[in-house]
Design a protein around this ligand. Structure first.
Ligand code: SF4
Length: 263
């Protein structure tokens, strides 16, 4: 679906095609140079945490789509999910068999916590969005699960397998992407840490959706201007530097990591 006139992103700089994901948007809000690197195709190495998170999400989705998994069958379910599509990720992380066993045990522990959550009103899991937002911009994302909201509308959920962190920008992106994809404004959108129980939620409004559209328009304009100038973009160091794909070549980022390591 293409945006209708009201929802069009306020883009003023035309240029090459850009696919903007929630990760790119969050990275841009934290440090534009990091987002520019990702949009140039520079990604960091796969991590154990990322592999564990992806595997846990596959188990959560399996629970929602096929029903509860017996506790003595979770390890086998994990191995099946790895075989279905995570082997490349596993190879990239380079886990030894004993380390993989520990990851599977941690996923089983997360799944135990997940089973305590209500899944009433479940509609669908792992919903992929890939929507043309006009001006050669695509919005991409994956919504972990979609539920019926109490008011008859739609509730979107993003599950975290570690600490919740600041999920505000990510949720705002998903709300906009959902509107762009379906024309339906979600009643509620939540981030929930299965690990800690921390929760963050938003009730999207026309104003908040427009504000996010404005911020993404600004991202596109800024990135296209940087691309055409050949520069790398403003650097803003912070705790997020540890996940930045260009950390090794960034003086500001390495200094920040030192400070956080000793702080
Ligand atoms: S290491 Fe930090 S400051 Fe440097 S580009 Fe990456 S996020 Fe920005």
């Amino acid at each position: 679906m293409v945006y209708d006139a009201e929802m069009e992103l306020p883009i003023t700089v035309q240029g090459e095609e850009l696919a903007v994901s929630a990760t790119t948007y969050v990275a841009f809000r934290q440090c534009p140079a990091s987002a520019v690197a990702r949009l140039r195709g520079v990604y960091g190495p796969e991590s154990r945490a990322s592999f564990k998170g992806t595997l846990a999400h596959r188990i959560f989705a399996r629970h929602l789509e096929e029903g509860p998994i017996d506790s003595d069958a979770v390890a086998q379910a994990c191995r099946e999910e790895i075989g279905k599509g995570l082997n490349a990720k596993l190879t990239a992380v380079g886990l030894k068999p004993s380390e993989l066993g520990m990851v599977i045990q941690e996923v089983a522990d997360l799944y135990k916590r997940f089973q305590a959550l209500s899944v009433e009103g479940f509609r669908s899991a792992e919903v992929y969005i890939d929507v043309d937002a006009g001006s050669k911009v695509t919005l991409r994302g994956r919504i972990d699960a979609v539920f019926d909201a109490d008011d008859g509308g739609t509730r979107l959920i993003d599950w975290k397998t570690g600490r919740l962190g600041d999920a505000e920008d990510q949720l705002a992106f998903y709300a906009l992407a959902w509107v762009a994809n379906t024309g339906d404004r979600p009643s509620r959108i939540e981030a929930l840490s299965v690990q800690t129980g921390e929760r963050s939620e938003q009730t999207p409004s026309e104003e908040s959706i427009q504000a996010t559209a404005g911020a993404i328009g600004n991202l596109v304009d800024t990135v296209r201007t940087i691309f055409s100038s050949g520069e790398s973009g403003e650097r803003r160091a912070g705790p997020w530097c540890r996940w930045c794909p260009i950390l090794t070549e960034c003086t500001e980022g390495r200094a920040a990591i030192e400070v956080y390591a000793h702080g």
